[in-house]
Design a protein. Structure first.
Length: 80
């Protein structure tokens, strides 16, 4: 991936819903899941993975809860 620093995206991992708080695990495609956020570098190698949030969570909220977001905001990680 020439001229690319990396890519980030969220995905859903299908689960059997826990007995408590079942509705929080229902995603926009109407199945139960936990969220996964993956970051790959220009060589398509994973550099960060964040998972475990409920399936109903939006991609942006998932990102905002990740350690990657905090590291960028506090400039522990710099890209340029």
């Amino acid at each position: 991936m020439e001229s690319i620093i990396g890519c980030i995206d969220g995905s859903h991992i299908k689960i059997v819903a826990p007995k408590n708080n079942r509705n929080s695990y229902v995603n926009r495609k109407n199945f139960h899941s936990v969220r996964l956020q993956g970051v790959c570098d220009h060589k398509m190698l994973f550099t960060d993975v964040y998972t475990g949030e409920v399936g109903s969570l939006h991609d942006y909220t998932l990102y905002r809860r990740s350690e990657l977001y905090l590291a960028i905001q506090t400039q522990q990680i710099r890209f340029f």
